[in-house]
Design a protein. Structure first.
Length: 251
């Protein structure tokens, strides 16, 4: 019998998974996205997820961010077992500890830039003045303080994505998850957004996971996990890595 998965005792580990699996029912057959995945990522690390579409990269982000629950195994945020959290507690984990940046910025079009950035803080229960000041600081961080009063539809694609990054940073998360954050942008704007991600990760000592099909961007990570349909393999760029990949992925 396999021993029950446990959290790492290393207090430098930001997030880890033990025996992680995700399966979906597709008609009368079961689709196994991945299984038996073990990972450990330290605080302040930058991890790129690369490889084929449909091989599980975004699925892994959803699980680490508490947006979905695994079919098997455990995810630990520090010593906290996410599988033991109620839906309400999992929502609080997402709001307080995780920032999300998607390929589609997902801004609310009827709100201004600063109102969009304030939203996670207001949901958390912050006072309006506190949320406003924090949102303005994050917009300054991404170079958009002069666009704070503009509605989302009045902003360029690159500006919208920078507002989305400011929103992800508003609540002072510990983990930042970015799913193809430059996928809809031209090369110059994509480089700007990627540089801002890296700047934010360094400034706030964030643990950053990002999905990318851009090989130049993936090479800027501390470590990479490459996915193909049927297999995933780690491409380590650090000695004695703590990220324990190499599990077989079945699609």
């Amino acid at each position: 019998m396999q021993p029950a998965p446990t959290a790492s005792t290393d207090d430098t580990i930001a997030i880890s998974a033990r025996g992680l699996a995700k399966r979906f029912q597709s008609g009368d057959r079961e689709l196994v996205v991945f299984e038996n995945l073990d990972i450990e990522v330290r605080r302040g690390e930058r991890v790129a997820l690369t490889g084929e579409s449909g091989a599980g990269k975004s699925t892994l982000l959803y699980l680490l961010g508490g947006l979905d629950r695994p079919s098997g195994g455990k995810i630990y945020f520090g010593q906290k077992d996410l599988s033991q959290l109620s839906d309400h507690e999992l929502a609080e984990y997402r709001n307080r500890y995780v920032g999300f940046v998607w390929q589609n910025h997902s801004l609310l079009p009827e709100f201004t830039a600063i109102e969009n950035v304030m939203m996670p803080l207001l949901i958390r229960g912050a006072e309006a003045e506190e949320a406003h000041d924090a949102a303005r600081a994050r917009l300054e961080e991404v170079g958009l303080e002069n666009r704070a009063g503009h509605r989302a539809g009045e902003l360029s694609g690159g500006e919208q994505q920078r507002v989305a990054l400011a929103r992800a940073l508003a609540g002072r998360p510990q983990i930042l998850l970015a799913d193809e954050p430059t996928g809809n942008l031209d090369a110059k704007t994509g480089e700007m957004v990627m540089s801002l991600l890296e700047q934010a990760q360094h400034l706030h000592n964030l643990t950053l996971f990002y999905v990318t099909h851009n090989s130049a961007f993936s090479e800027r990570a501390d470590r990479r996990l490459h996915f193909t349909k049927g297999q995933a393999s780690p491409d380590w760029k650090m000695p004695d890595p703590s990220f324990k990949g190499g599990s077989t992925y079945h699609v």
